[in-house]
Design a protein. Sequence first.
Length: 244
Amino acid sequence: MLGLHGHLGEGADFAELARALSPDGWRVVALDQRGHGDSDRAKQYDRNGYLDDLSLLLTYLGLDHQPLPVLGHSLGAINAYYLAAAQPDAVSALINIDGPAHLRVVDPAPLSVLLGLPYSAPTRKELLSACGSLTPLLENGLRPHHDGWRLGFHPADMVDSDTRVLGDHWNQWLSSHCPALLLHGTASTVLPTAQAREMASRRPGTTLIELNADHWPHLRRPKESAIAIRRFLDSILGGRCRGT
C-alpha cells in the first residue's frame, strides 16, 4: 500500500499503522513527498508535480503495472484521489484520511502562519523555542542541518503548496469508482463533517468512518484507525479502480 502524508508531515507518520497492518501481510511504502522530510525542495507544488513524483516512484518500485491501495492524509489524500482519477489502473482502492473535496479559497492561505518561523537554528532547543505554540505539531519532524537544526520543510514551500491545494476538487474525487474509505475526524477544522458525509454519499462505493478526533485521526486514534482500515482492506481485497 502506498502512503501519502499531509502538509508538514512525512512518511514516518504511517509507521504505527504499518506495524499494525504487517501481521496481515501488508507492506506500507510511505515516501516523504516533495519538500517534506528528507526529500528535496521543488520549484513548485502543484498537483502535476506531486503526481509525477508518484508515477516515478511506482515505476522505480516496479509497481506501475500492479494496482495497489493508496492511502493519504489531507494533502496526501487529495494527491491520492487525483492519482486514482488520472491513472485508474494503478489504484485498487482509496483510503482518504480527512482529505476534503473542497477547500475554501482564502488569502492568505492557512499555512501562511509558518512564514514567521525560521527554517533553521544553531540548536534544536533554539528552533523549538522559535516554533512557539506550533511546537507539538512540528517537533517530531526536526532534522540535523549543516549549520545546526532545521524544520522538516521550508515555510515558503508549505505556503506555496497550501495555496495551490485550495479550491474545488469534487470532479477528481468523483472521477474514479474503486472502493474507498473516508476516515474523518469529527473535530477536524479542515474537513467539516457535513462535507465528509456529502463526499461519501455522492461517491458510490465509499465507506465513511467517523472518529472522535481532529484532522489527524490516524495519529490521535491509531488503534481505531488501524481497525477501520484493516476491515476495509479485508472487504475489498481484489477490487480495481475504474475511471470515468
